[in-house]
Design a protein around this ligand. Structure first.
Ligand code: XBP
Ligand code: MG
Length: 257
């Protein structure tokens, strides 16, 4: 039976509810700055989230959702890859500024779980589709610059050839830590994220959010409303947890179940 050695966290939707009030706002700011008449609604963005990765999502939008109802078609420029990369870099600039402005707080129980893990000498890593700059911005502006060092590995964005739902980002993280999947737990918020962590054979705890509450989490060990706090019980949506809030005891029991 393996001893729990590391917690591996997804970022967007798991550490913080960044999609609606962070990424979506930043995408629309980038489109406006580029003089494009694209504007993604909260509802449309929920559909576009089926594709992970901001650059990939822009392409998905143009391929599957354009021309829009006004019949406007978009003629791709010759250097289309550069165009998308430039638009995404602009979006990342706006996103990191939104994080600096405190646009999105960390979710319930996240700071407590980080502190418990650090107090127990448990190793931590991040496995995310977003960019390293976005991870640094979120951590720095919610926990302080030194919090970036709490994570032994920050596996993010284009560092792997295939983004979630491919397992690459989780495989990269556990390989860098020289650990086996059975020594770790993954924390996710979405179907694509769960496919990725399970593809790396990681037992996974899911905390849902408005965009993912209807996703298929059959393969998760536990599905929760959030991690809860001692004075704010979490809701267990799937699976079993003895504690009223998710803590290291819960984690250890799940790993050894
Ligand atoms: C979520 C994603 C990311 C963000 C946008 O990442 O799929 O693409 O939506 O960020 P995760 P970028 O849940 O794995 O943290 O524009 O930087 O990709
Ligand atoms: Mg996520």
């Amino acid at each position: 039976m393996s001893q729990l050695e590391a917690l591996i966290f997804d970022v967007d939707g798991t550490l913080a509810d960044t999609e609606r009030d962070g990424h979506l706002v930043a995408f629309n700011m980038a489109f406006e700055e580029a003089g494009l008449d694209w504007h993604w609604s909260v509802e449309l963005y929920g559909q576009l989230l089926a594709v992970t990765g901001g650059k990939e999502r822009i392409r998905y939008y143009l391929n599957d959702f354009y021309p829009d109802e006004r019949g406007h078609a978009f003629s791709k420029p010759d250097n289309f890859d550069d165009f998308v990369a430039g638009l995404h870099a602009s979006k990342t600039k706006f996103y990191t500024q939104l994080m600096a402005d405190g646009a999105v707080p960390l979710r319930t129980g996240v700071v407590r779980l980080f502190q418990e893990a650090r107090d127990a000498g448990l190793r931590m890593a991040i496995a995310t589709t977003t960019t390293p700059a976005n991870v640094t911005a979120l951590l720095t502006h919610t926990l302080g610059a030194e919090s970036v060092d709490w994570f032994e590995v920050i596996a993010a964005g284009d560092i792997v050839p295939a983004k979630k739902p491919a397992p690459d980002i989780y495989l990269y993280a556990i390989e860098k830590m020289n650990l086996k999947a059975e020594q770790c737990l993954a924390f996710e918020d979405s179907y694509n994220g769960l496919l990725s962590s399970r593809g790396a054979d990681l037992k996974t705890i899911v905390t849902i959010n408005d965009y993912t509450s209807d996703h298929d989490f059959t393969d998760a060990e536990l599905v929760l409303s959030d991690f809860g706090e001692p004075d704010q019980a979490m809701e267990v949506i799937q699976g079993h947890c003895d504690e009223s809030y998710f803590n290291l005891q819960s984690a250890q029991k799940l790993l050894q179940a």
